[in-house]
Design a protein around this ligand. Structure first.
Ligand SMILES: *Cc1c(COP(=O)(O)O)cnc(C)c1O
Length: 403
């Protein structure tokens, strides 16, 4: 049928949201409601049975000996650093290309974030630069499993063992990610998770979890989250309040049962995008995410690199067409005002700067339909050619003469 007779061609295509938590909630509404009601029946809202159960289930899921719930992913990082005795005078090596909390947590315990640059393919810490940066002040290495793919943990683990410094995984974006058949959370000394609503396992508010195989550290973390109390108002050290709510735990237990399906959905969507981008001949200017053969990437974000300085125009075009997309993260942490005191200059971490200028994340949530995936890829393709064409249809000396 000719386009002018086809009523579907007259209406604009449906927008594709960047993330749609409502769609996911619709599939588990009844289960969540029952879990919430159950907590209200008990009127037990902080820690308690639901949290104990969630801790046991997360420990089992990650194959860790211990899991300790806390108030957020940020607190999981702060508690881990405190539990390992890291504080003033200590340096912690980490990535400048991450969410702020990674370095913020290091600052919060009085230690110094020591940045090293990332690998341009995976956006994860470059282990060679970590090795070069280790000195007598280095008291921990904190890799971030950025976007849901683990850092090069075997190399980092060797550095950690050889130098006798702990390895803290910022696994906030990577629950369920695997590296050589082991899950994020058990690849270092301690693993930190976030249950912020947009993470792969998201609660109905803030929440976090720490995993470890170290019994002594687990005991210390459990008391640090309750002001250092070992019971009966006996405080053996000063901690703070970072408890996990029973309501969050109950909801997360429901969602944990679906996590594998959702992660597989994200992985399938990622494969489909990569196939579509190849089909649309976009690979000369756009690099899709690369998953190493020994990894299971869980795609908290599906992040492309758009070369040629056209990322911002591509993003603007896509948003104009109703396709959600976002930049994680536009400002590397060594460039943040609050870290001026660390004394870095902008050019210290060229790969982090380049990533900040070139990355773009597409919608990847598991409920996306194939129609939506095709629409996103098609609009991306249109955006890329329109931005390229723009160079020869606007501006130039002709425009200046006309003005
Ligand atoms: C989300 C996130 C955090 C912080 O988690 P919150 O629960 O928001 O405190 C830390 N690091 C990374 C890499 C994150 O993505």
């Amino acid at each position: 049928m000719p386009a002018f007779n086809d009523p579907t061609k007259l209406t604009a295509p449906e927008p594709v949201p960047f993330i749609d938590l409502v769609a996911q909630h619709q599939t588990i509404k009844g289960e969540v409601r029952a879990a919430v009601d159950q907590v209200f029946e008990t009127q037990h809202f902080v820690l308690g049975e639901e949290v104990d159960q969630l801790e046991a289930e997360i420990a089992d899921y990650c194959d860790a000996r211990f899991a300790i719930g806390c108030a957020s992913g940020t607190d999981a990082l702060v508690l881990s650093l405190m539990g390992l005795g890291i504080g003033p005078g200590d340096d912690v090596i980490t990535s400048p290309f991450t969410f702020f909390a990674t370095a913020g947590a290091i600052h919060r315990v009085g230690a110094r974030p020591k940045f090293v640059d990332i690998d341009p393919v995976t956006y994860n810490l470059d282990p060679q630069q970590v090795e070069d940066a280790i000195d007598e002040n280095t008291k921990a290495i904190m890799p971030v499993h950025i976007f849901g793919q683990c850092a090069d943990m075997e190399t980092l683990w060797r550095l950690s063992v050889r130098n006798n410094i702990p390895l803290i995984e910022d696994a906030c974006q990577a629950i369920g990610a695997e590296y050589r058949g082991r899950r994020a959370g058990v690849l270092g000394t301690v693993g930190c998770f976030s249950f912020f609503p947009t993470k792969n396992l998201g609660g109905a508010g803030d929440g976090g979890m720490i995993t470890t195989d170290d019994a002594e550290l687990a005991t210390r973390l459990k008391r640090l989250r309750v002001h250092g109390d070992v019971g009966g108002y006996n405080h053996v050290e000063v901690g703070f309040n970072s408890r996990l709510d029973a309501l969050q735990a109950a909801i997360l237990r429901v969602k944990l049962r679906h996590l594998e399906d959702w992660s597989e959905g994200r992985r399938q969507n990622a494969r489909r995008y990569s196939e579509l981008l190849r089909g649309l001949n976009l690979l000369s200017s756009i690099d899709p995410p690369v998953t190493a053969a020994d990894q299971r990437h869980v795609f908290n974000q599906y992040t492309l690199r758009i070369r040629g300085g056209m990322r911002d125009s591509v993003m603007e075009y896509m948003r104009g067409e109703g396709v959600g997309c976002a930049v994680y993260y536009p400002i590397p942490l060594h460039m943040q005002k609050c870290f001026d005191y660390l004394g870095y200059s902008p050019e210290d971490f060229p790969e982090s700067n380049r990533a900040a200028d070139e990355v773009l994340s597409l919608p990847i949530f598991s409920e996306l339909t194939d129609e939506q995936l095709v629409r996103v890829a098609t609009v991306l393709s249109e955006a890329a050619s329109s931005v390229t064409a723009l160079k020869f249809t606007t501006g130039g000396v002709a425009a200046r003469r006309a003005a």
